[in-house]
Each structure stands twice: as C-alpha cells, then as structure tokens.
Design a protein around this ligand. Structure first.
Ligand SMILES: C[S@@+](CC[C@H](N)C(=O)[O-])C[C@H]1O[C@@H](n2cnc3c(N)ncnc32)[C@H](O)[C@@H]1O
Length: 312
C-alpha cells in the first residue's frame, strides 16, 4: 500500500488550486470517451441547457443522483433554498430521462438539525410526475456517534419511477441458510430455500452487505469526501437498466457511476460542477482500463504529475 493519498480537497483549497491546471475540462465543457462514448461534463446539474447538451437527446433509463447536502446550514431559510435548488435539478433530471425510467436519489437526514433535508425533499417530490417506488437504507459498518447517542450508520436512498422501467432482481453474496417461511404451492408444503430462485439472499430495502469506502479499500479515490461504494452503484445500475442503456449521474465526484457503467456495459452521462472532480472521474475510468483496478487505495490520481506527495 502506498502512503501518499491526496488530502480531502474540500478542506485543502491550496491543493485544489494546484490540481486545477492539470484538469482537462473547464466550466461548460464536455469530454466524450473515445472508446465507449461515455460523457463527462463540467456542468451545473440545475441548468437545463447545459444538461441537455450533455444528454445530446439520448434519454436515460436510469438517473442515480447523489447531491451535496452536508454543505448547508439547516436553519429554515437555507433549508428552503436547498429544497428549491433540489426541485430545479430534479426537473432538469426528468427532462433527461426516458418515459420509462427510474430515479434513485441519495439523501441524508441530519439528526442534529430537524432531520433535514430528507423529509423536506420527500415532500417536494410529491409534486413531481413520478411514482414512489422504494426507500432503501444502506447500513454502514462504521459509524459516528458518542456514548450518549445511537451510532449513526445509515445512508438513505429514495427510489422513484415513471412509466414501466426495467427492474432485474439482484442478489447479495449472503447464503440462504434460514429455513422456514412455509407456504403451500400446488398443494404441497414448501419452505423458502426451495421456493427461492437464488442460492443467496436478495438485498431487500436494507442493504447490510455493502462496505463504505475508506482508505484501505482498492476503490478509494483519495481527495474525495463523499464517494459511494461501487457495489451499491453497480447494484442499482444492474437492477434498473439494461446493457446499452444510458445512465445519468449529475453529481459525479469520484466517478463511481461512470465506472459502474463501464463495467456493466451501460453508457454514462455524468457531470460535476467542479473541474477537479471531473478530472478524477475521467482518470478513474482510464486507470481502470489500464490497470484493472477500481481506485487508488492509498495513492492518488495525479501521481503522473505530482508523484509521491509525502516528499513534497
Ligand atoms: C455527494 S458528491 C457525489 C458522490 C458520488 N456519488 C461518488 O460516488 O463519488 C456531490 C458532488 O456534486 C458536485 N456538485 C455540487 N453542486 C453541483 C452542481 N450544481 N452541479 C453538478 N455538480 C455539483 C460536487 O462538486 C460533488 O463532487
């Protein structure tokens, strides 16, 4: 393991400034992958014209959105502003989606500030022309908390659909061992292990088998502060789209959705407002193609230019 990660870029503006000249996209620009035609744009998710340029008229079967929400001070006014902003990017997302499509949104509930913005977002979404479909909780293995409160180990994922989008059942790696749940089928008493189609259990709407990203994992993209596990995004992409379909992610960050699309033969349209995260997203794809690895673990994406940061 290398010991030279990038620092969290949201907390190190000097490092961010150093990386900016190494980024191939400027605000408003779009990169098209010459191999599989994925597209990465340095764009504003809430700007309809910019996102239409990214989509090029090819509607997405699936949108996986993970907006920033930890930047907001949740006093009433800011929360209202945040939800207004969410309404804007949701409407832009809907413009980029097919008639039969799913929208997955990661959003948190801040227990110190009225559980915002999750309930406010959910209420805003009632006005949208979408069906509510599911509400997944991803259970982290590690959490934060004190001896005086329940440890916070959950991440929330809201699922909406319109029309009749694809859905393919997914399985975990957890073997089916629990017998019971008897049911009569064709006059015969059967139990769950013989009725089920897989040898392992389905994830259901509480995912307990996904390890959140930290620096010891190969998939770690140092510099990022909000990276979602590839397993979770691949589960979503595999369930809610078919090979060849277009998948949209307007908040790319570490490029997890792009990588999932590459590995599962979907076409990704992805954007980030920050050129540094666009660059990390593109480099993660390129690094995967040249090395077969899904991140840098404890190294970093700018090693060709900056080398070993511990020696700087
Ligand atoms: C929570 S992170 C997304 C994490 C991502 N799912 C992953 O697995 O790496 C949110 C990202 O949204 C970007 N962002 C913030 N405002 C944006 C906007 N208006 N348009 C596009 N991207 C934006 C931030 O720069 C940040 O990289």
């Amino acid at each position: 393991m290398k010991g030279t990660p990038l620092p969290r870029l949201d907390r190190d503006p000097a490092m961010r400034e150093r990386l900016l000249p190494l980024c191939r996209l400027r605000a408003g620009e779009v990169w098209t992958d010459p191999t599989n035609q994925h597209r990465v744009g340095c764009l504003d998710a809430a700007d309809p014209a910019q996102m239409a340029r990214l989509a090029e008229g090819r509607p997405a079967t699936l949108a996986v959105q993970d907006p920033p929400y930890n930047l907001v001070a949740f006093h009433q006014q800011r929360l209202d502003e945040y939800v207004t902003w969410c309404r804007r990017w949701v409407e832009v997302t809907l413009d980029c989606m097919a008639d039969d499509a799913s929208l997955y949104v990661w959003l948190g509930a801040d227990q110190r500030h009225g559980f915002g913005p999750l309930p406010d977002f959910m209420i805003m979404m009632r006005d949208q022309p979408l069906q509510t479909r599911s509400f997944v909780t991803l259970r982290n293995q590690r959490g934060y908390g004190t001896q005086k409160n329940w440890m916070a180990v959950r991440q929330e994922l809201l699922i909406y659909t319109r029309g009749a989008p694809p859905f393919t059942v997914q399985y975990t790696d957890i073997p089916k061992i629990l017998r019971g749940y008897y049911k009569e089928v064709d006059g015969r008493r059967t139990e769950n292990t013989e009725r089920g189609r897989g040898k392992t259990i389905r994830p259901g709407n509480v995912w307990v088998d996904v390890q959140q990203v930290f620096y010891r994992l190969e998939e770690n993209v140092s510099g990022c502060y909000a990276q979602k596990p590839l397993l979770a995004i691949e589960r979503i992409v595999a369930a809610a789209s078919n090979p060849g379909d277009v998948v949209l992610d307007s908040f790319a960050h570490s490029g997890t959705t792009l990588l999932a699309c590459e590995r599962l033969n979907r076409r990704a349209l992805t954007a980030d407002i920050d050129p540094v995260y666009c660059e990390l997203t593109i480099r993660r794809l390129e690094h995967y193609r040249t090395t077969g690895t899904i991140g840098w673990q404890n190294g970093h994406a700018f090693e060709p230019e900056l080398g070993d940061l511990s020696k700087v």
